[in-house]
Design a binder for this molecule. Structure first.
Ligand code: RUB
Length: 328
């Protein structure tokens, strides 16, 4: 088994500890880790080179289980490398191909976020009140684009317990100059009836159009539904999960209780259990639209995006190469 590149170990550690966080950033850093593996490889044979990439890929896949953008970015690169390796191409070309695949993924991903910004901004009206939850690069791209177009609107940001990513959103919106109000998660229903819409990001979009995002998102969606407020999701197509077409749902990550109560506080109430799920599932009937870089779709069309983006052959390959192959 080849040893893992030090920089790759560092990236994997930062994803696990959430120093690197958010589904899009996680995917781009995973691609960067494979890029570094390819660039710094000392392999003398193509098979050793592929094994080195697989070792890095396995380490990255074990970091966080819920955002499908992570396995999708690895699949994008590994699929191309393994197919080329089957054609017996030379080591130098294989390395170039891996570097190109990783670079393409990163560039496509950044382009997708920008396109979502442009498409989503068209749905922001002057004078609107909009709620968001957690911290999503795709959502911020929409809001920043609309703001730069001269639209006036105000954002309500949920604090997002326990890791308070809502504060990161509030800080970013403040830097852009967008009027922003930070609220605690418990105040979501109190303010919802005043909102014109909600926009959140996604970690995974499943085949039936359900969206997995930060814990609390489904409560925001349910509250929006009750108040007849539109609920939009901003998600690049690499957040759509081909595995869900094959019956496999991503695991909902449950993080350490110490993110909620310190070890000392926990010791003071030994009989109390703390649960800390990081994500939840919003069902499709609570979602009005999903904004992708390919356009706006209804959640019911998620299935078509998966078929078109990943194709049946890729679905088949995913059984061979992805989570299954690399983690087995
Ligand atoms: C982040 C989160 C974000 C999505 C989308 O969770 O749920 O809403 O990842 O973000 P965590 P983006 O902080 O646990 O990673 O649009 O930036 O991909």
């Amino acid at each position: 088994m080849p040893s893992t590149n030090r920089k790759v170990v560092e990236i994997a550690r930062d994803i696990k500890s959430m120093k690197i966080r958010g589904a899009g950033k996680i995917a781009r850093h995973a691609a960067e880790a494979l890029l570094i593996t390819a660039q710094q490889s000392k392999a003398k044979k193509p098979s050793t080179f592929v094994r080195e990439l697989e070792t890095s890929a396995r380490l990255l896949l074990e970091t966080r289980p819920t955002a499908v953008s992570l396995p999708n970015s690895i699949r994008f690169i590994m699929f191309r490398v393994i197919e080329a390796h089957k054609r017996n191409i030379k080591l130098r070309q294989l390395r170039q191909l891996a570097i190109k695949a990783a670079t393409d993924f990163i560039q496509n991903s950044l382009k997708a976020v920008k396109s979502i910004g442009v498409i989503g901004a068209k749905r922001i009206g002057d004078g609107e009140l909009i709620m968001t939850h957690c911290n999503s690069t795709a959502v911020i791209a929409i809001l920043e684009t609309a703001f730069n177009q001269g639209k006036h609107f105000e954002i309500f940001v949920c604090e997002t317990r326990p890791r308070l990513q809502g504060r990161i959103t509030a800080q970013t919106l403040n830097e852009i100059g967008i009027p922003t109000t930070l609220i605690v998660d418990g105040a979501i229903r109190h303010f919802m009836s005043r909102m014109d819409k909600v926009i959140v990001g996604a970690d995974t979009v499943v085949a039936n159009g359900a969206v997995i995002n930060k814990i609390g998102t489904s409560t925001v969606a349910l509250t929006a539904y009750e108040s007849r407020v539109s609920f939009y999701v901003a998600a690049e197509t690499y957040k759509f999960s081909p595995e869900t077409m094959l019956g496999q749902y991503p695991k909902i990550e449950e993080r350490d209780p110490s993110e909620i109560l310190s070890k000392e506080e926990l010791k003071e109430m030994p009989g109390v259990k703390v649960r800390n799920p990081s994500f939840d599932i919003t069902p499709p009937h609570l979602i009005n639209l999903i904004i992708t870089e390919r356009g706006i779709i209804s959640p019911q069309a998620a299935f078509m995006i998966i078929r078109e983006e990943f194709g049946l052959k890729a679905l088949d390959e995913s059984m061979k190469y992805q989570t299954y192959h690399l983690l087995s």
